[in-house]
Structures are given as C-alpha cells and as structure tokens.
Design a protein around this ligand. Structure first.
Ligand SMILES: [Cu+2]
Length: 161
C-alpha cells in the first residue's frame, strides 16, 4: 500500500519536472518534495524554452531532475579507511530505518571487496578498521527506508600498505 502510494507520488514529481523543466544544476533544492507539489500551479506552465539548456533528453532525464546522487571519497590512514558519502536530493534517515518508504529518504548499502553482505550505513561517514594490506574495493548504493534500491551507486578503490 505504501509502495503504491510512493509510485504515484514519484509519477506526480516526474510530471511536475516535465512541466517546469527543472534544472538540477541551477538551484539545488533541499526542500521537501511535498512543498514543490503544493506550489505547483497548473495554470501557468513555463515556456518550453527553459528546457533548452538541459542535457539532451533521455529516458531517465525526467526522473533525474529529482533523482538522488551519491559520491564516495575514501581517506586511508594505515589500516583504516574513512569513507565519506556526499549525497544530493537525499536525506539519510536513521530514524526511519526499516520503516515506510519516503521519497528522497533512506540509507546506504556498502559492499566491501565484492562481499555479497551489505553494511547498512546511516551516516555520512563510515570507518573501516583493521584492513588487510593490498587493494580494496567499495560499492555503495542508495536505498529507501525499506531497503528498495534508488538505482544510484558509486564505487571507490584504494590501497592499504
Ligand atoms: Cu537497507
């Protein structure tokens, strides 16, 4: 039931993005998506020209206007790696972990050295201790409160001496 509701909400957001040609580069929005919907005025659609500066349309470009992004940076110090997660259009919400999905909310799944076992990360920083010498790989992905993928991922590689 919640799932169905979320899909409908996403559809509305996608529609509003189509109408107004949102550019995610110009004004990064940190506001709640619900605010955008409340402010939607169907009577005065913006000219289509505003979309001219947008990248070439692709199947995903409409959804991309509100789609979260994830970038991972790793600082290595001896056998410790500190992973920093930069997210946009995304709120890490440990308080809602494993609860009902909320668009734009959730947590990070981290996979270390190809392990099929995820680490659930609920903060913007995560520390890996006691790493073995050699090459290491990380894969991180964004997930809803109830663990469904946003299909947003990043990878990182680093060496421990
Ligand atoms: Cu999860």
């Amino acid at each position: 039931m919640f799932h169905k509701k979320m899909i409908r909400l996403l559809a509305v957001l996608a529609l509003s993005a189509t109408l107004f040609g949102c550019s995610k580069d110009s004004t990064p929005k940190t506001s709640d998506p619900m605010d955008d919907m409340a402010g939607m005025d169907m009577s005065t659609p913006e000219p289509a020209a505003s979309a001219a500066s947008a990248p070439p349309a692709s199947v995903d470009s409409v959804a991309a206007a509100q789609k979260p992004t994830l970038h991972m940076n790793v600082d290595v110090n001896k056998d410790t790696a500190t992973v920093h997660f930069d997210v946009t259009n995304f709120k890490i919400s440990p308080e809602h972990y494993s609860q009902a999905p909320v668009p734009g909310e959730g947590h990070i799944h981290l996979f270390i050295d190809g392990s099929p076992t995820k680490v659930a990360v609920k903060d913007k920083v995560y520390q890996l201790d006691g790493l073995s010498p050699g090459h290491h790989t990380l894969k991180a992905s964004l997930h809803t409160n109830n663990h469904q993928p946003y299909n947003v991922e990043d990878t990182a590689e680093f060496d421990v001496k």
